[in-house]
Design a protein around this ligand. Structure first.
Ligand code: AMP
Length: 201
């Protein structure tokens, strides 16, 4: 499926941004605004770790280091959830796909299925200085084990080397919406929803 009009029945969005840019916050707001399912790969993985499941045990060291966990684990926790979400109004993905390889595989898996592939990819643009500031604040509030100085630097590097290429992949399909993520939460949300409304009109 390429760009174009967004159907009200099953909205399918992806948020891409560096850690700390506000993906989780905006994804939650979008989910409740449009009545769609928020699927955060990072939150789902952290939950598997907390529950001590087999996936959690296999993923925990990657999460601690800020490295990407193997694709098979990510597909295992997300594939069914994405298909279920499509049947329940749609989804906003936060953190998946995260590499070109994941995006290509997800796209090819979805090819035979109607109304599953992405309709819009929202890129939240935030400067590195501001990201560091926000992540240090988040570390105090949430105590995430990967929000250390070394963990933050490493995840930025992972974004630059493995995730940034996704933007080109989706831009070729005409899906990318570029948003200034350095504004207030409300203004960022208003910019995203107005860009989505433009796609729908
Ligand atoms: P996040 O909450 O999106 O910042 O993700 C936290 C961590 O979860 C990442 O640093 C990775 O270790 C792991 N993770 C989340 N999404 C993915 C993904 N799509 N592929 C591989 N690892 C992921």
């Amino acid at each position: 499926m390429v760009g174009g009009a967004i159907s009200v029945q099953a909205m399918r969005l992806l948020l891409i941004a560096y850690p700390g840019a506000g993906k989780g916050t905006q994804a939650e707001k979008l989910a409740s605004h449009y009545g769609i399912v928020h699927l955060s790969s990072g939150a789902l993985l952290r939950n598997e770790v907390l529950r001590g499941t087999e996936i959690g045990q296999l993923a925990v060291d990657y999460l601690e280091r800020g490295d990407l966990v193997p694709d098979a684990l990510v597909f295992e926790i997300l594939s069914t959830r994405i298909l279920d979400a499509v049947r329940h109004g749609g989804y906003v993905l936060d953190g998946f796909p995260r590499t070109l390889h994941q995006a290509e595989e997800a796209y090819s898996l979805a090819q035979g299925l109607e109304g599953v592939t992405l309709q819009a990819v929202i890129y939240l643009r935030v400067s590195k200085g501001e990201l560091y500031k926000r992540l240090v604040e988040r570390a105090d509030l949430e105590g995430r084990s990967d929000d250390t100085e070394a963990g933050i630097a490493h995840r930025f590097e992972v974004f630059d080397t493995q995730t940034a290429a996704l933007l080109g992949f989706y831009a070729k399909r005409g899906l990318v919406i570029d948003i200034d993520g350095e504004q207030s939460v409300e203004k960022v949300f208003a910019d995203i929803t107005s860009a989505i409304e433009n796609l729908r009109s």
